[in-house]
Design a binder for this molecule. Sequence first.
Ligand code: SF4
Length: 347
Amino acid sequence: MIERVLLAEPRGFCAGVEMAIKALTWMVKVFEPPVYCYHEIVHNEWVVAAFEQAGVVFVDDVSSVPEGAILMLSAHGSAPEVVAEAGRRSAVVIDSVCPLVTKVHHEVKRMAEDGVEILYVGHAGHDEAVGTVAVAPGSITLVEPEAGLAGITPGGGPVALLAQTTLGMHEWADVLGQAKASRPDVMTARKSDLCYATTNRQEAVGVLADKCDLVLVVGSENSSNTQALVRTCRQLGTRAYRVDSAGQIRSEWMEAASTVGVTAGASAPDHLVQEVIDRLAPVGGVELVSTITEGEYFPLPPQLRSLLTVLQALVEAGVTARAPKAGGRLDHDREWTASEALLLLTS
Ligand code: SF4
């Protein structure tokens, strides 16, 4: 029997995911299906399935998008050649890249132009890492966090260490330590490239991990920040398991467990967290373990805002009846949440 649940705060949707989900919801509501999306809009099985049911077709190769189609690019950021090809073949392209990923793209571009050798700590094959490396493939070396800098010897020129936004903080610290040991002059972003959501969620789960017999992390297998939350707990010596939903909880995990921690990766909807808590049914209730209040907000992509503004003007002029009615008015976007957008999509 589970005595109590400690629920991490912050957890779940970050500002980048909020923006991307709302943006794709607008697209689905404004355009006739299919709306195409390059890569999963965010790495969450449930969210992707909800959009597929609403008429979104996810593709991993932009050349498979029909000419003249409506296309969105995912929150993880896309390679420059993908963005260019998308613009050539699609009637409308909306790029929902998170601004914090764009910041890293800008760092890579600027450093490559300055002749800096870039070591980029990230997971091979992850959409964000693929897109970032493609910004300056001739100047950048991918460093897997688990392998670190073993076998990588930078040249004698200027060197920088950059990172995927969703790494584990301990992984980043390890590789940074190795880099500084061999090159004390290594350049980095002022703190790191790990985003606020990644660090806040790891700090929150770190606070509750040693008070729990185990921690359940809600999120999908291909979600890098979700996996980092699991590794954070295990590094602190606490058992941790990732689940997409309550149905994946195994009874043997709960044997001899009294206090269970619950958190969620940045792309996991909160209703799935609630279902996990319901399944655990703690007799002593749920205690919130809050470390910081997040207030970050990212506006909808500029291309989408322009498009919706034009559509609204056409409706008001009586030219078209197809109004941008996804979630209300554009100028109220801050008050409209991605959870409400998903509700609209699935109701
Ligand atoms: Fe942006 Fe961080 Fe969220 Fe990724 S996890 S979408 S970088 S805020």
